[in-house]
Design a binder for this molecule. Structure first.
Ligand SMILES: [Zn+2]
Length: 313
């Protein structure tokens, strides 16, 4: 079976593995990224990770190396501006490792990689046009149109987190006002919960954090929601409505067959998904939204490794 090395580069860890053409993980491991020790050290650790992934494998079966990285990535596989890795800027990642290993190397922004991975191996399998969003600290997104990953003129298309949902909203780091990310990022979700709790709304959330409201996280709110907490469900409904406004616009642009939702926050489940769906239905033509499948991401905890390898296939 054809195989590829998948490298999932993050601010804290480099996760790596050998992945089969069917999306199965044949070998995996992780090491610290070592970002604080400078870019040379990070590159060295990626090299070691690739060597470990390749050790013992039949080289004739290896189709290449895929790397998912934070930051912007251009068509030549050069990485710019990764917020969580110091000095991770203008790095010709693809060229460096192509020379070192003599294999094809594909480099992509991590959320774009996840989108392609879901398309090839996950919930997007069988569709031709999908939108994938990841909800966590911020909101990231990727789009596959007619079987092709959308990259745009400078390979930085699909900044879904920075779509405006309120023209007079708070100022965002990108310079715009009222970006959807400022409404649905984890920090905002937590502050929503605190605001409601201060108004003495009944909820099991304080009990779940032993009364220490600084310990509230989106995960805690999801847990409360699963246990039937009404305030938690209300919070996810509001988040879903905000995400849905943005996605309705995207439905108008891309006419997707499926929308895939991943990331920590997405574990909130039904109230979140229902609110997103309702908002899309309210705001788009039936012909556009009728057949859209709203699906949770399905690559699982090793999604980054699988997605990076998927870039090669
Ligand atoms: Zn923004």
């Amino acid at each position: 079976m054809d195989k590829a090395v998948g490298i999932d580069l993050g601010g804290t860890f480099i996760k790596f593995g050998l992945v089969g053409r069917d999306g199965s993980i044949l070998k995996q491991g992780q090491k610290e990224s070592g970002g604080a020790k400078g870019r040379g050290e990070v590159l060295l650790r990626i090299e070691t990770a690739i060597k470990e992934a390749l050790s013992g494998a039949k080289l004739s079966e290896i189709k290449g190396i895929g790397i998912g990285t934070p930051g912007l990535v251009n068509s030549a596989g050069v990485v710019f501006l990764a917020p969580n890795l110091p000095n991770w800027n203008k790095i010709p990642l693809a060229e460096i490792f192509r020379k070192k290993f003599g294999l094809p190397v594909k480099v992509e922004n991590d959320v774009n990689a996840i989108t392609w991975g879901e398309y090839l191996f996950g919930s997007g399998k069988g569709f031709r046009t999908i939108i994938c969003i990841t909800l966590g600290t911020g909101l990231g997104g990727g789009v596959v149109v007619d079987g092709k990953l959308l990259r745009g003129g400078t390979y930085s298309a699909v900044e879904l987190g920075h779509i405006t949902i309120n023209t007079n909203g708070p100022r965002c780091g990108c310079g715009n006002k009222g970006c959807v990310e400022s409404y649905v990022g984890s920090a905002r979700i937590v502050s929503k919960a605190k605001k409601y709790l201060k108004k003495n709304q009944a909820s099991i959330i304080p009990g779940l954090v032993n009364g220490n409201l600084t310990k509230i996280t989106p995960k805690v709110i999801s847990e409360a929601c699963r246990k039937g907490d009404r305030l938690a469900a209300e919070i996810w409904k509001e988040v879903g409505a905000d995400v849905g406004v943005m996605l309705a616009d995207m439905v108008n642009v891309f006419n997707p067959e499926a929308i895939i939702i991943g990331g920590g926050v997405a574990q909130a489940g039904k109230p979140l998904f229902n609110a997103i769906q309702e908002e899309i239905e309210k705001r788009t033509f039936p012909l556009l939204h009728k057949k859209i499948k709203l699906l949770p991401a399905s690559l699982g905890p090793e999604s980054g490794i699988k997605a990076a390898a998927a870039l090669v296939f």
